[in-house]
Design a protein around this ligand. Structure first.
Ligand code: ATP
Ligand code: MG
Length: 326
């Protein structure tokens, strides 16, 4: 059975890097059906909403979605889309590539971030003038789900070290439950793991990122620590991400619409192409995922480079080089 892939380029450089990733996927000839959907600032003007019902339906009905970027309307586009795919896991690899400037060149970490709970549950209230509260929700089911995903991910990708990040010494009930549940999953499987307080982990990541492989995190900690690691490997420009649900998933670069360089054909498509590689991996095309990742790594190592990496290659030239290396 062939997979249907929703392709939502969105705004700014999303319009340039998304077709690049689709070209790479098409080169693999896997029989995917690509269906394009519209979303973002430019759609708001035409349709009165940045995420038309047809686009939402397209994402819902597809096997996976490739999403580029949205500008001002980002929150109104990407948050509903993540909900549509039922995303409970946000997967964010932070890997330093040979030949490129990185603060810590030996970094190769995958953050598995719980994506539905914690302080991002959205339960906030102004209970009196000048007093606001936030309710933090953690359930055993959601904690188990993210932990199982994290340990599965580590096993499938040959990563040895799994770290559970938490702050259970202070948030005893909520992070206590998260930690206890994740440890239980590891013990049931008989696999090794470590636990780290998230604040101490922030320091250790800066000093010794090479000590870590897969890090399973509550929502807020995952958000902050994965951005920290992005800084270690040279910024947001090269980083892919996945939002994974039970039977749907959305793949997007960590960067945004980059209005400062949009429309010039010079954006670096690496993050988007690597997101497409994560899509392949998710759909169990493991070999193809590795081929695409290695082709991007080769071009990053040997050139040609786009302007953000000091070169003068266009988005299309970079993509052609990746396709050549496939
Ligand atoms: P948005 O509001 O959509 O997030 P932004 O102005 O924050 O837009 P980002 O996309 O987050 O822009 O990018 C931040 C900086 O990194 C910009 O200067 C942008 O040009 C650069 N940048 C981001 N992605 C890329 C890319 N793929 N190739 C080259 N430069 C990039
Ligand atoms: Mg931004």
């Amino acid at each position: 059975m062939t997979a249907q892939i929703a392709v939502i380029p969105g705004d700014g450089i999303g319009q340039e890097v998304t077709p690049a990733a689709v070209d790479v996927l098409k080169e693999l000839d896997l029989g995917f059906e690509f269906v394009e959907g519209e979303a973002g600032d430019y759609v708001l003007e035409e349709a009165g909403t940045p995420l038309p019902e047809e686009t939402a339906d397209l994402a819902r009905e597809s096997d996976a979605t490739l999403f580029g970027a949205a500008g001002e309307t980002a929150a109104d586009v990407i948050l509903p889309l993540r909900e549509i795919v039922g995303s409970y896991a946000n997967v964010r690899p932070a890997k330093a590539y040979p030949g490129l400037e990185a603060v810590k060149p030996e970094t190769d970490i995958v953050f598995i971030r719980e994506n539905t709970q914690g302080v991002y549950s959205g339960i906030e209230e102004e209970i009196a003038d000048g007093v606001a509260t936030l309710t933090r929700v953690v359930t055993r089911d959601a904690s188990r789900k993210i932990a199982e995903y994290g340990f599965d991910y580590a096993e499938e990708h040959g990563y040895e070290n799994v770290t559970i990040a938490h702050k259970a010494n202070v948030m005893r009930k909520t992070d206590g439950l998260f930690l206890e549940t994740a440890e239980q999953v590891a013990q049931e499987r008989g696999v090794d793991y470590e636990t780290e307080l998230m604040d101490a982990l922030a320091m250790k990541l800066v000093m010794n990122p090479e000590d870590y492989d897969v890090i399973i995190c509550p929502n807020l900690a995952g958000d902050v620590l994965s951005d920290l690691a992005a800084g270690l490997v040279g910024g947001l420009g090269l980083l892919p991400s996945a939002n994974v649900g039970d039977d749907n998933a959305l793949f997007e670069p960590v960067h945004g619409s980059a209005p400062d360089i949009a429309g010039q054909g010079v954006a670096n498509p690496s993050a988007m192409i690597l997101s497409a590689a994560m899509l392949l991996d998710h759909l169990d095309y493991d070999g193809e995922a590795t081929r695409v990742t290695e082709a991007v790594e080769t071009v990053l190592a040997e050139g040609p480079h786009t302007a953000d990496l000091g070169g003068d290659a266009s988005t299309e030239e970079f993509t052609a080089a990746v396709i050549d290396h496939l």
